[in-house]
Design a protein around this ligand. Structure first.
Ligand code: HEC
Length: 440
């Protein structure tokens, strides 16, 4: 074979230089059946989009990873290094030659049915008709689950259908105790969140999630989460997992669809992986901010035309090990930062998102568990932009926006705001700092 490895900087070609970069960083999402709306697996597809590719790679919009990598690190970070950015730029500036196609690396293989193994069962949500009005859309969807007996779940994986429209999904599980609910299938299955407040409350009640006597069932938060291109979380042996009762309802609260120009059906599903034993170290979750354990200062009211800053903080009474964190704001979010201050006044960096993008709401998992010593205070700082300069502002001209906690449906609608910081954690055990959380 001829030595071909050394191409000069100004004659990069697709087959040898660019395809490997795109396969590594883009085709996990941009492929048929992938999480992105179009493929970048052939020269023709890439060539057709080269000008937008140039723009989004140089600006850092793609691959999507809003967290500042100079601040803290997580599993599955997606970014282009400067050499690769420069290669893409030079290649396009030089006319984007294809090169010798016999030198193309083979496409990596992807499993369309699961990224983490062979599920024990797969269940489908009802289909949702997504209207093609080129706007972001938000729903609550419920999935009643009936099992032969109470079981334990090791992991759940959400899979959108082929022409993927789902942009994110946060799922909680409601466990009904024997005798508490006659039927789990009577309620409404889909609630469009673009409704007014009164209608929202009507429809929310029509989901029929409460026990028959009106009390709430047990709730497992973050039973399953989804974001395009993110592998479902499965923790090392003995960590995580939860009980799933004979009668339970998985509630996608919420599920976000990206803008599309034509009506399409979404038909998403979940894979369930059971486990024989109850979890040894069940994961706990704490939420700061809206609906959570700490109040927001000043209260989250963002006057029309204003940029405002808010904080919320929480003291941690015992040693804990953090696994994942999830910053959450809506359309007016601009900046987000979280860190812990220890009793010894050391700062433990959690996350910084200098340019908030509501489209990319990752659950960020630390490479190894992160110890936060007892007595530390976790601080969150968030900034919102309610001026007309914010392109995502849902109102033109801008209007005052707040959490609207008054109605039980706290800030659920997209056009309301939220400030939340969700932390999943375990009581600290010696050696936790060395436990890798990477999915095999
Ligand atoms: C984690 C999944 C993921 C990865 C990885 C990814 N993309 Fe994307 N990309 C998307 C999604 C989803 C969209 C649709 C736009 C949106 O929802 O924000 C998109 C949109 C785009 C667009 C259209 C942007 C526009 O403004 O119209 C381009 C171009 C693009 N991606 C190129 C790339 C390139 C090049 C890479 C690799 C360097 C890449 N993407 C990596 C998910 C991904």
């Amino acid at each position: 074979m001829l030595a071909v490895a050394c191409t000069k900087s100004n004659d990069y070609n697709y087959s040898q230089d660019i395809a490997p970069i795109l396969q590594q960083n883009c085709t996990p999402c941009h492929r048929s059946g992938g999480a992105a709306p179009f493929s970048l697996t052939t020269f023709q597809q890439v060539n057709r989009k080269k000008n937008t590719i140039l723009a989004v790679t140089q600006s850092g919009l793609m691959p999507p990873w809003p967290a500042d990598r100079n601040y803290s690190h997580f599993i599955g970070e997606r970014y282009l290094n400067n050499t690769d950015k420069q290669k893409i730029k030079n290649w396009i500036k030089n006319g984007a030659p294809e090169g010798d196609t016999s030198l193309l690396p083979p496409m990596p293989e992807y499993d369309a049915y699961s990224q983490i193994g062979k599920p024990d069962t797969t269940l489908w949500f009802d289909s949702i008709l997504i209207s093609g009005n080129s706007r972001d859309k938000f729903y609550i969807a419920t999935l009643p689950i009936t099992l032969s007996e109470n079981k334990y779940v090791k992991a759940m994986e959400f899979l959108p259908n082929q022409n993927n429209l789902v942009h994110h999904m946060n799922g909680r599980l409601l466990n009904y105790e024997e005798g508490n609910k006659a039927s789990i299938t009577d309620g409404l299955r889909i609630l469009n969140l673009e409704v007014d407040e009164a209608e929202y409350m009507n429809q929310f009640n029509a989901l029929q999630l409460a026990n028959d006597n009106g009390t709430r069932p047990e709730q497992i938060n973050s039973a399953v989460n989804y974001l395009p291109g993110v592998q479902a979380q499965i923790y090392p042996e003995g960590i995580g997992g939860f009980r799933m009762n004979k009668k339970s309802i998985l509630i996608a609260d919420d599920i976000h669809f990206g803008p599309i120009p034509q009506d399409k059906w979404d038909h998403s599903r979940v894979n369930i992986f059971f486990s024989d034993a109850p979890p040894k170290r069940p994961i706990r979750e704490v939420m700061l901010g809206t609906n959570g354990a700490s109040k927001i200062i000043p209260p989250l009211v963002i006057p029309a035309g204003k940029i405002t800053s808010h904080t919320t903080f929480l003291r941690i009474p015992e040693d804990i090990s953090i696994l994942t964190i999830n910053p959450h704001m809506h359309l007016l979010g601009k900046r987000f930062k979280a860190y812990a201050l220890t009793p010894a006044q050391d700062t433990i960096r959690l996350i910084s998102i200098p340019q908030w993008d509501f489209r990319w709401q990752y659950f960020y998992t630390f490479p190894t568990m992160l110890k936060i010593p007892a007595g530390s205070v976790i601080y969150v700082e968030a900034e919102y932009d309610n001026t007309s300069k914010n392109q995502n502002n849902p109102h033109n001209p801008p209007q005052e926006i707040s959490e609207r906690l008054d109605n039980g449906g706290a800030g659920m609608r997209t056009t309301d705001e939220m400030l939340q910081f969700i932390i999943t954690w375990l009581p600290y055990q010696a050696g936790d700092e060395k436990v890798s959380l990477k999915v095999k």
